[in-house]
Design a protein around this ligand. Structure first.
Ligand code: TYC
Length: 103
């Protein structure tokens, strides 16, 4: 038996392909009752937005119905969305944030 009869292992080990964890969008939903200034205050407090960015995100939801606030890991998106909705609830407003997976 010569050396040539031994089956050769591939020299380069194939890397296991790990899927990246899916990212989630936090989406602000418009309503007819929550004051604009309150929406901006929540965006600043929960999502650390500046007044200018908060105003722009609020206005986009006000005009178009929804606005993407942030894209992040699922658990962070869900925690932040709940925190923001709870701010509204405590103040008696129907402010809504939802999460959905990014395409
Ligand atoms: N539409 C509200 C108003 O006119 C303001 C508002 C904007 C509420 C965005 C919710 O996601 C929202 N007072």
């Amino acid at each position: 038996m010569s050396d040539n009869d031994i089956a050769q292992k591939p020299k380069v080990a194939s890397k296991p392909k790990l899927d990246r964890p899916k990212l989630y969008k936090v989406i602000l939903v418009n309503d007819d009752y929550t004051p604009r200034e309150f929406v901006i205050a929540v965006l600043k407090a929960v999502f650390r937005m500046s007044e200018e960015t908060g105003y722009r995100v609020m206005l986009t939801a006000h005009k178009l119905g929804t606005s993407v606030v942030v894209v992040c890991a699922k658990d962070i998106a869900e925690t932040k969305a709940k925190e923001a909705v709870d701010f509204g609830k405590e103040a008696g407003f129907p402010l809504m944030f939802v999460t959905e997976p990014e395409e």
